[in-house]
Design a protein around this ligand. Structure first.
Ligand code: UDP
Length: 496
């Protein structure tokens, strides 16, 4: 039977967390479910929906059963202007905490929706641990949506449980992460602060990880060919089922019009013309994802590093509040780059998938956000790794030590909105060195580019019919359908 017909009785709710790195892959996954026949409802707020509604409407008009269920973000109650509902819109830590408070105020409303919509399964972001109880009340499975690598989940698990860093005398000393199939060394400074020392955030994360164990299974936006050792280890370690169904952006972004829906395009024609004027694989794409905003000191070093390197570049810069120093420096820099045609700056938000797809791009400087990594691999790009916070330092280790497709720039400290301290700033010389290794003619760079191509080919194959990720998705939908049928049989047995 065609998968669409088999799954068309299945009602699945997706609950994304409003930050691009979590929301974008979940929306892509929701669209995939609907493509295979499941009836999908995405619960989200108005401003968040506006960033992807067009894709959902297109899918619906092509016959895929998918819709959004909109809820009102409590802007006035938390003191935010209308439309600031996503963490990427925060220009200060105060705004981040107001948005987070707004999100947590939605819990009751969402629970009521779960009851009204009568789902057969809920797929919810890791940041909603309370949905385990919601699913239990409804007698349905909760799938935990993890938007990073198996590797990072395993590494974090073993660091949290064995605390190898506790016995060190200094935060710059190295320790080896226990129980992993590769030798992975890190320093305590590269761990998230709530792992390094227990603080109020530690218990918040403990609840999240505990909720994973109590979930029916985990969906990963990853693929077997990329990290099979860690896929296996992740299953035995966490002790629940998991499905790698990625790279999900490659499933859904098969034409430019769809890629455009991921954010506003800005001066598309200009960047495109600029890239069109460059030779194949000659440009470095530089981005730190949707949340990181660099300090002025770091911006200066990066600007000179890029200017002094032998490569052209496109750099996406997200502005902070009250950064007058930064503004005049960057205006001068932008002007200089325009004249020399060496660099192109995109302010705040770039159409990343479109840019990465352009033949002129030859590599990326990345903060090691998992989506950016997968989006780069999809188009076979090797990376300069420059992790900033959260699990990004683990992802760097995967790229550099395991997959060997990344050149580390030498980031030392795990901190959100970092680099206010002089020693934490990555210097221009280190940036130039990494760029020359990655993009230059040396053997190391060539080998990395070859390996990245191999993973790019695997990423394309795995989502095609018969590929690992494709089969995993079908197997997951089949399993959810069987669970639904079993539940209904049990109900009618009890009714009779
Ligand atoms: N993104 C984008 N344009 C930008 C910045 C980010 O389209 O200017 C997208 C990017 O393609 C990716 C997501 O936002 O899909 C960022 O997720 P990632 O995991 O890479 O990093 P995070 O933002 O969560 O740190």
């Amino acid at each position: 039977m065609e998968s669409q017909q088999l799954h068309n009785q299945l009602n699945v709710i997706f609950l994304p967390f409003p930050t691009p790195g979590h929301m974008i892959p979940m929306i892509d996954t929701a669209r995939l479910f609907a493509k295979h026949g499941a009836n999908v409802t995405i619960i989200t707020t108005h401003a968040n929906a506006s960033t992807f509604q067009k894709s959902i409407d297109n899918d619906f008009n092509s016959g895929h059963p998918i819709k959004t269920q909109l809820i009102q973000f409590p802007s006035a109650q938390v003191g935010l202007p209308d439309g600031v509902e996503n963490l990427k819109d925060a220009t200060s830590p105060e705004i981040i905490s107001k948005i987070s408070r707004g999100i947590s105020m939605l819990q009751d409303h969402i629970e009521n929706l779960f009851q009204d919509l009568e789902p057969d399964c809920i797929v919810t972001d890791m940041c909603y641990p309370w949905t385990v109880e919601s699913a239990a009340k409804l007698g349905i499975p909760r799938l935990y949506f993890y938007s990073s690598s198996y590797f990072s989940n395993c590494a974090s698990y073993f660091v949290r449980n064995y605390r190898p860093h506790d016995s060190l005398v200094s935060d710059t000393q190295k320790f080896t992460i226990p129980c992993l199939p590769h030798t992975i060394e890190m320093t305590p400074f590269q761990l998230a602060d709530w792992i390094r020392v227990k603080n109020s955030a530690t218990s918040v994360f403990d609840v999240i990880f505990e909720s994973e164990k109590r979930s029916y299974g985990t969906i990963y936006n990853s693929f077997h060919e990329l990290e099979s050792d860690y896929e296996k280890l992740g299953r035995t370690t966490i002790g629940i089922k998991s499905w790698s169904v990625g790279p999900v952006s490659a499933f859904t972004n098969n034409d430019d019009e769809k890629k455009d829906n991921k954010g506003h395009i800005g001066k598309e024609a200009e960047w495109l013309n600029w890239l069109n004027s460059k030779e194949n694989e000659s440009v470095l794409y530089v981005s730190f994802g949707s949340l990181t905003r660099l300090s002025h000191a770091q911006i200066v070093e990066l600007a000179y590093g890029l200017e002094n390197s032998s490569q052209n570049f496109i750099w996406v810069i997200r502005k902070k509040d009250k950064d007058e120093d930064g503004e005049s420096f960057l205006e001068d820099f932008e002007e200089r780059m325009k004249e020399s045609k060496k660099g192109y700056i995109i302010w705040n938000w770039a159409p990343q998938i479109l840019i990465l797809d352009h033949p002129a791009i030859g590599g990326i400087v990345t903060h090691c956000g998992w989506n950016s990594i997968l989006e780069s691999l999809n188009v076979s790009l090797p990376m300069i790794t420059w992790p900033m916070f959260a699990e990004q330092f683990y992802n760097e280790k995967l790229l550099v030590d395991v997959l060997k497709i990344g050149v580390p720039v030498g980031a030392k400290v795990n901190k959100f909105w970092l680099n206010t301290v002089e020693e934490e700033v990555v210097k221009r010389e280190e940036i130039v060195k990494a760029v020359e290794i990655l993009m230059g003619n040396g053997q190391e760079g060539k080998k990395m580019r070859m390996r990245a191509r191999k993973f790019g080919d695997a990423a394309k194959r795995t989502i095609e019919k018969g590929g690992y990720s494709y089969n995993n998705l079908i197997q997951l939908l089949d399993e959810l359908t069987s669970l639904k049928i079993a539940r209904e049989l049990e109900k009618s047995r009890l009714d009779n």
